[in-house]
Design a protein around this ligand. Structure first.
Ligand SMILES: [Ca+2]
Ligand SMILES: [Ca+2]
Ligand SMILES: [Ca+2]
Ligand SMILES: [Ca+2]
Length: 368
């Protein structure tokens, strides 16, 4: 009887062991997935800070930008405390500069889109949104953009220097500027060059990205005599500052950008080609190729006409053939949406539907 039972018992034991092993390995795999997920979430949370000069845009006595309290776009999260960032001194931060004609609310929307796009690319770096008074005429906005150069430079120097001398930490600073924000960025480089302690400490900017830059295509020259090809030129060029103050400078351009490509808005306003339309002007005295790079990102701007999720076409024009001044949307092809470089949000739930050219920015950050 016992002899008959033994094989049955053994079979049951083996079955029990197999089931137990399967259960344990299943449990382990669940744990692995769970920890992988939490690691991914932890690695891709991008904190957002904001500083602004909107309240003191024309007062030369107040050069600095101030930290903004309260919540980010759509009350999704509270802004980080800028004073805390002066204590934390992470290994790198990015400063994001928006373009022309945005309200404070729209500026927050842009910073949040950058946050989502960077998170989508699984890169963790604090964003400091730089909000400036841009919702004025084009001419006034250009002049205010110039005046914001010393203000942002002041903030960047203070930050770099405080982290270096109070906490003995080197913080890599990365600038990202869209459209007319490129004018703020270029003037920031110029103003950093004017700060004596910036130079004596051999500080620099780790990277600068211009996206859809709404500045003339010769402004990255080192030689002022390269300007003068259009009626509004002021003789200023910024190539020497790029050469001396920036480790890697990227100009992300798009030949099909509806606002930058001739014969439309930019060429009407400025009578020249935009840097963000086709890259630097041929033949200028440009910074070295090791530092300055033009990158065509037309293919990163999908044919989506609403990037900010407000259910309206981002670049409408009045239809001259319609009887009741109906608007038509100019965006009908890849590359055309000037407002898509930071990414595209869903009009339904506000989430990211495309990262625009931000994946190119993150690739550059990862492999300088
Ligand atoms: Ca030109
Ligand atoms: Ca020009
Ligand atoms: Ca829209
Ligand atoms: Ca993309």
């Amino acid at each position: 009887m016992i002899g008959h039972l033994r094989p049955a018992v053994n079979t049951m034991w083996i079955l029990f062991l197999l089931i137990s092993l399967a259960a344990v390995s299943f449990a382990l795999s669940v744990l692995r997935i769970a920890s992988a997920q939490s690691a991914t979430i932890a690695a891709t949370t991008v904190p957002v800070y904001e500083i602004t000069t909107r309240g003191n845009s024309t007062d030369p006595v107040l050069p600095g930008a101030i930290g903004v309290q309260g919540n980010g776009y759509n009350d999704k999260y509270p802004f980080g405390e800028i004073q805390q960032l002066f204590n934390d001194c992470p290994s790198e931060i990015s400063i994001v500069i928006h373009g022309w004609n945005l309200t404070e609310m729209q500026a927050k929307e842009r910073f949040d889109r950058v946050k989502m796009s960077i998170e989508h690319n699984q890169y963790s770096i604090p964003i400091v949104g730089y909000s400036w008074l841009s919702n004025v005429t084009w001419a006034d906005a250009k002049s205010i953009a110039n005046q914001n150069g010393p203000r942002l430079a002041h903030f960047i120097f203070d930050y770099k220097d405080a982290c270096k001398h109070q906490h003995n930490k080197d913080v890599n600073i990365r600038l990202v500027a869209h459209s007319l924000g490129a004018r703020v960025a270029l003037n920031t480089l110029k103003s950093l060059n004017d700060i004596n302690d910036w130079n004596t400490n051999h500080y620099n900017l780790t990277s600068v990205h211009l996206m859809g830059a709404a500045v003339d295509d010769e402004l990255v020259s080192k030689n002022p005599s390269d300007t003068g090809d259009s009626f509004l030129d002021d003789g200023a060029v910024y190539g020497m500052y790029i050469q001396n103050k920036v480790v890697n400078f990227y100009n992300l351009y798009d030949p099909n950008d509806d606002l930058l490509k001739p014969p439309y808005v930019y060429s009407i306003l400025e009578g020249d080609f935009a840097l963000g339309y086709h890259g630097k002007q041929i033949g200028i005295d440009a910074p070295s190729v090791a530092i300055y790079k033009d990158i065509n990102v037309e293919g990163e701007i999908p044919n989506i006409d609403d990037s900010d999720g407000d259910r309206k076409c981002d670049i409408p024009i009045l239809n001259p053939f319609a009887p009741f001044s109906a608007e038509i949307c100019t965006i009908t092809a890849i590359g055309e949406n000037h407002f898509g470089y930071f990414g595209f949000r869903s009009a339904t739930d506000g989430t990211l539907i495309d990262d625009g050219a931000m994946n190119v920015v993150v690739i550059n950050w990862r492999s300088p």
